[in-house]
Design a protein around this ligand. Structure first.
Ligand SMILES: C[S@@+](CC[C@H](N)C(=O)[O-])C[C@H]1O[C@@H](n2cnc3c(N)ncnc32)[C@H](O)[C@@H]1O
Length: 229
């Protein structure tokens, strides 16, 4: 039997706190739970936002009055469902995804939730799709949610700035990674990408930002950014 270490005990209590918040503030909703079950059954990795973070995304979008949302990284459509719910029936959400299997599963989840009519899924590598959007002078977005491959985060930030307007929100998930970002990560491209992103975000002349920690089994972070006037 493994003897629990202080780190295990801390992790345990983080999960308990997360579950406590979820029980109180995130009503159990069949279509949201089924979306996660279907994604797991189809073998998609469990790298979606947590229920509490989904609710946080929803609230931030509501507070900002966002109508046009861009998401980078769809997976099974779980965060998409939270954001699509926030923008209301008149809203439009564009989401970018490279993996066809993810798109198939997400489409089913969004249809079951009655949200597909306000969501547009674009298939392909996000950097290519984003360049196309900038070149095509796409109408600016009120909120951008970055949640795809971590080494590309600094590039996604540049595109997000070009595709938003003063007052828009730019959110980015997984920017703490159990604290790995606080240390030198010589052989970890993923952590290096996030470190570069965080540094760039902190000093960007057009942005004002903060990172809030979010917990589940471990500790991660959500970057919350406002495009300056
Ligand atoms: C962390 S998951 C997204 C989770 C989702 N936002 C949620 O919380 O439900 C990252 C997704 O980004 C996609 N992805 C990774 N690299 C990509 C790229 N270069 N272009 C587009 N999508 C990419 C992956 O296939 C994966 O589905």
């Amino acid at each position: 039997m493994k003897i629990p270490t202080p780190a295990d005990e801390q992790r345990h209590s983080l999960l308990e706190i997360d579950q406590y918040i979820e029980r109180l503030f995130v009503p159990r909703d069949f279509v949201f739970l089924q979306a996660l079950r279907d994604a797991a059954e189809a073998g998609l990795p469990k790298i979606n936002v947590s229920a509490n973070e989904g609710k946080l995304l929803y609230l931030l979008a509501r507070i900002a009055g966002a109508r046009r949302v861009l998401e980078i990284g769809l997976l099974g459509g779980y965060s998409t469902m939270w954001l699509a719910q926030a923008i209301g029936p008149q809203g439009h959400l564009v989401t970018l995804e490279v993996d066809e299997k993810c798109i198939r599963i997400a489409r089913k989840n969004l249809e079951r939730a009655g949200l597909m009519s306000r969501v547009e899924i674009r298939h392909g590598d996000a950097q290519i799709l984003l360049k196309r959007m900038v070149d095509g002078e796409e109408q600016p977005f009120d909120l951008v949610f970055i949640d795809a491959d971590k080494p590309s985060y600094p590039v996604y930030l540049d595109y997000a700035v070009r595709l938003t307007h003063p007052g828009s929100l730019i959110l980015a998930d997984n920017v703490i990674r159990d604290g790995k970002v606080t240390q030198i990560a010589e052989n970890d491209k993923l952590v290096q990408g996030i470190q570069e992103f965080n540094k760039k975000l902190a000093v960007h002349p057009k942005l004002e930002a903060i990172v809030v920690t979010v917990t589940r089994e471990g500790i991660d972070g959500l970057a919350i950014t406002r495009v300056k006037d």
